[in-house]
Design a protein around this ligand. Structure first.
Ligand code: SF4
Length: 358
């Protein structure tokens, strides 16, 4: 991978100029590009970490409407933040954003810090997000290496390693840093992102229309999609679980997930994993299982059906049954059905909630 020096520097100036010229004509019209407010830019960068631009836009607008300043965010309770985030996924981002806003309020007088070191000290901010905030909000010389930049730079310089591996990542960071034209890190970083999203796409890059075509080693190789090399995907595990929706006097029972970990802080209907053998007589066993798992006496009614959801590392199928409780005792929260929409839930539990609310 002795690529950076030999191939990078001869064309550096032309790459910079071509990319900036292309960006001037073709840049995407995005709401977070119409502000220099560090808080708004920070929110957008966190949302964009694992989500596509078109999905992010309405969430970004709604989030800023709900929490217009960092103070509003810091003072809000986590449940409200998760509710506004609901549907965007990767909820640790919302928890980190909320946690970081409290730190900024307490230790930085409510102002987003403008140094790499301080930004990296905040939950949810890695080096690329910090680089984006520094260059977009504070016009500082800083580089980025988000998914788009990784792909463009890997192809441009035919970096064959896997960017998830430390050595390759370090090389890409070096390339990203050394490419930044002095005083232009803001448009240059945005241009890299736009080129990756619009031209140098994961599948079928539009090389003939690319401003960097002449300099691109990946394209010259005839197989630009070979770069960057892919992580071999493991088979996604499939979890089966049973999920009783327990009613009593117009209310249903919800549990809140622990604050940390997957979907932390969200509300859901009780559920637990079932193994192969248990599935065959699920409905018959459910009354006893609910007594065992939750200490609650119930009558099991009909099946509402199977609900499926795919996450990044696993998929889940919930077998959902309605039940009628004979008593109130349980550790969960009894919620009137018309109020279910007030509780932040993952997509699959929201669908169950909607199916019993209609
Ligand atoms: S020439 Fe093709 S592979 Fe190279 S950066 Fe442009 S779109 Fe990507």
């Amino acid at each position: 991978m002795a690529i950076a020096k030999g191939l990078l520097f001869p064309n550096k100036k032309q790459i910079q100029i071509k990319l900036l010229q292309w960006f001037k004509k073709n840049k995407r019209d995005l709401p977070w590009r119409k502000t220099d407010d560090p808080y708004s830019i920070w929110v957008s960068e966190i949302m964009l970490q694992q989500t596509q631009v078109t999905t992010v836009i309405p969430y970004y607008k709604n989030f800023l409407k709900s929490f217009p300043t960092i103070r509003h965010l810091a003072k809000a309770n986590l449940s409200k933040v998760l509710k506004v985030w609901e549907g965007l996924g990767y909820y640790s981002r919302a928890r980190n954003l909320h946690g970081a806003s409290k730190i900024v309020l307490k230790h930085f007088h409510g102002k987003i810090p403008a140094t790499l070191k301080d930004l990296l000290g905040l939950p949810g901010i890695g080096r690329s997000t910090a680089g984006a905030i520094l260059s977009f909000a504070f016009q500082k010389e800083a580089s980025i290496l988000d998914g788009n930049a990784k792909r463009v730079l890997s192809r441009l310089f035919a970096v064959s390693g896997n960017p998830e591996k430390r050595k390759t990542e370090q090389l890409l960071w070096k390339i990203s840093e050394s490419l930044i034209p002095k005083g232009y890190s803001n448009p240059f970083n945005q241009a890299l992102m736009d080129l990756g999203a619009m031209i140098c796409t994961p599948k079928g890059p539009l090389c003939p229309r690319c401003p960097l075509h002449r300099f691109c080693k990946g394209s010259t190789s005839g197989k630009p999609e070979r770069f960057p090399s892919k992580t071999i995907k493991r088979k996604t595990p499939h979890i089966r679980a049973v999920c009783p929706v327990i009613h009593k006097d117009g209310k249903v029972l919800l549990n809140q997930r622990p604050p940390k970990g997957l979907l932390g802080g969200l509300w859901e209907f009780p559920n637990w994993k079932i193994e192969g053998k248990q599935r065959s007589r699920l409905r018959l066993r459910l009354k006893n299982d609910i007594k065992k798992e939750m200490g609650l006496n119930v009558k099991v009614n009909e099946s509402i059906g199977m609900f499926r959801q795919t996450y990044s590392h696993f998929k889940i199928t919930l077998d959902v049954f309605t039940c009628e409780a004979f008593e109130w005792n349980s550790n969960g929260k009894w919620v009137p059905i018309p109020e279910l929409h007030l509780f932040p839930m993952s997509r699959i539990h929201r669908r169950i909630a909607e199916s019993i609310s209609n």
